[in-house]
Design a protein around this ligand. Structure first.
Ligand SMILES: C[S@@+](CC[C@H](N)C(=O)[O-])C[C@H]1O[C@@H](n2cnc3c(N)ncnc32)[C@H](O)[C@@H]1O
Length: 256
């Protein structure tokens, strides 16, 4: 079972400890946008765990995803909260922003790595650049493969919402540096007083070393890296990522 098709459980699980990430996104966007209500697009927005609070805080949000379960969960949630955002079905490689130009785009938590080939990654970056205003920014967050050693293979966390508790275990089953794929297993264990379920999801992500990521950027030649950060999302501490870095948040600015 694809965990993205279990939107309630995904949303509870991934909304865990996202305060810093949300504050960081807002502060960076406010720094680069001149608008009072910056227009944002989130490729592969899933359940809108970020779109909901950003819309509530006055941003003009749009988002798209391939997963219909996630999209209808998000649309219902927007309606219930009397919020508006432009949500549509679309693919990260060839979405159509209908000629609208955005102040910023953002895509964190490894979502970009769902694009398994270089060609798809290039198409995505070109498309995002095309959908941004002049000097618009793209905030991209992804795990990097350190040149030496491997980061933790298992991550576990527990998140709660009301009576629902969701335990998540994410495990790297295989890393193929030549094919540049990582195979991940996610076990979701949602629990209430009445139920205790378990869902397994296995999927592949493309891997990037810092060098490979920079090469992709220079091949596409549509973005400059204006700053970078690590998983602490601390705006006051931009860092220089290096061969040992295992998570990078890149603030990219559209060239020209
Ligand atoms: C880790 S989730 C991230 C969701 C959301 N961006 C967030 O931060 O919570 C990854 C999402 O990417 C979507 N996805 C994967 N490949 C995609 C593609 N080629 N185009 C659009 N969405 C895609 C999945 O359906 C899923 O909702």
């Amino acid at each position: 079972m694809n965990w993205y098709s279990l939107p309630t459980y995904y949303d509870v699980s991934f909304s865990h400890e996202m305060r810093e990430e949300l504050l960081f996104l807002q502060n960076i966007i406010n720094r680069y946008s001149k608008s009072d209500s910056p227009s944002l697009i989130e490729p592969a927005c899933g359940t809108g765990r970020l779109i909901i609070p950003l819309s509530r805080n006055g941003y003009d949000c749009a988002g798209f995803d391939l997963n219909e379960h996630a999209l209808s969960y998000l649309k219902d949630k927007l309606n219930r909260n009397q919020l508006k955002a432009n949500i549509f079905h679309g693919d990260m490689t060839n979405f159509n922003s209908k000629r609208k130009k955005y102040d910023a785009a953002y895509c964190t938590v490894d979502t970009f790595r769902h694009l398994l080939s270089e060609k798809q990654a290039v198409q995505h970056l070109l498309n995002i650049a095309k959908s941004l205003k002049k000097n618009g920014i793209y905030i991209l967050g992804l795990h990097l493969i350190p040149e030496q050693g491997i980061s933790d293979k298992i991550t576990r966390w527990t998140a709660k919402r009301g009576r629902l508790t969701v335990k998540t275990t994410m495990k790297m089953l295989k890393l193929d540096k030549d094919k540049r794929t990582e195979t991940l297993q996610v076990i979701l264990n949602p629990k209430t007083k009445k139920k205790n379920e378990k869902y397994e999801s296995i999927y592949k992500l493309r891997t990037y070393t810092l060098k490979q990521f920079h090469k992709l950027l220079s091949n596409t030649d549509v973005f400059d890296v204006v700053s970078s950060y690590n998983h602490f999302y601390d705006l006051s501490k931009p860092i220089t990522l290096n061969a040992r870095s295992d998570y990078g948040v890149f603030v990219l600015q559209r060239k020209g």
